[in-house]
Design a binder for this molecule. Structure first.
Ligand code: BV8
Ligand code: ZN
Length: 257
């Protein structure tokens, strides 16, 4: 990456009064979590319409629940990487929330708790726009639980008998309105939106960086390749999140090797 671009990126981070970050599956790739649309990604082996929609869940709940049980088991050995940790330290240092994720893997939350040590982790806890695969919720009422292994019979809500399903937002399901309002408010106030490891094709999440830009803020993209958002970015830093983010966000570090 050429030095001028790097210096400009570091200046935008240093001078940002209100910074937010929108992350996608790419930030968890180095933790061993498969992305969706990359070669070898989840959508290459499965068709999202067949698995990640409320119609699929209604039509064939066992297949959908078994797919999520497989994804949960694939996550069991994954740990936050240096990209998650650098973002946690950044927001802890600023003492102001701004981390918005599309990911459901819970790795940002783990990084926040690990980096905060004894201190308050709040500023580094993410807004999980698409929910969390480590939680179940009831299809019919508001009950939520920590995820449990799938048994022989379809899991039922102990309160109302409804279907217990992963607490994630499927295609065609609405995002939590309050969460989305908070994320939109943060994006409109931000003068810097870091966009890390997302193909920026899923809405309404992908519209958030554009809200920052429309309000006069800068988009700095961190990705290994071009995306639907690269055009709109002030700077597109090409490389892996686990390498770029510590160098970009930690106070004393220089540019990545
Ligand atoms: C809604 C499930 C309205 C959870 C996910 C046409 C038909 C139907 C719907 C629509 C349509 N047009 C638009 C829509 C809306 C739809 C949508 O946007 N569809 C897109 C695909 C066209 N959106 C919705 O349905 C949303 N709901 O709009 O509801 C509504 C309102 C009222 C009432 C009812 C309904 C719901 C969106 C959430 C869907 N859920 N998944 C799960 O199983 O995970 S989306 C899925 O994609 C994931 O959640 C993921 O978060 C999301 C985005 O993917 P990315 O994170 O970007 O991952 P991807 O693999 O694509 O990219 C990885 C990137 O990382 C790449 O750029 C790669 O280069 C980069 N990378 C890789 N390695 C690294 C790296 N970068 C840096 N470092 C590395 N090491
Ligand atoms: Zn219920």
């Amino acid at each position: 990456m050429e030095q001028g671009q790097w210096r400009q990126a570091r200046r935008l981070v240093r001078e940002a009064r209100h910074a937010i970050a929108l992350t996608g599956a790419g930030i968890s790739a180095e933790s061993g979590v498969p992305t969706f649309r990359d070669a070898g990604g989840l959508w290459k082996s499965y068709r999202p319409e067949e698995l990640a929609t409320p119609e699929a869940l209604a039509r064939d709940p066992r297949t959908v629940l078994e797919w999520y049980a497989w994804r949960r088991s694939a996550l069991a050995d994954c740990r936050p990487n240096e990209g998650h940790r650098a973002l946690a330290r950044f927001f802890l240092g600023r003492g102001e929330s701004g981390l918005v994720t599309q990911n459901v893997d819970g790795l940002h939350t783990r990084a926040a708790l690990e980096e905060a040590g004894k201190g308050p982790a709040e500023a580094a806890l993410p807004l999980e726009l698409h929910g969390a695969v480590g939680r179940d919720r009831c299809q019919s009422c508001a009950a939520r639980w920590p995820a449990e292994p799938l048994g022989e019979t379809l899991p039922q809500c102990s309160a109302c008998g409804g279907l217990r399903r992963p607490d994630v937002v499927l295609f065609g399901e609405a995002l939590d309105a309050d969460l989305l309002d908070r994320a939109r408010g943060l994006a409109e106030q931000a003068d810097l939106c870091l966009v890390v490891g997302t193909s920026a094709v899923v809405y309404p999440a992908a519209a958030l960086p554009l809200a920052t830009r429309e309000a006069g803020g800068h988009i700095v993209e961190v990705n290994v390749r071009r995306t639907a958002l690269t055009e709109a970015a002030t700077l597109a830093l090409r490389g892996e999140a686990g390498t770029i983010l510590p160098a970009l966000l930690d106070r004393q570090s220089g540019s990545p090797r």
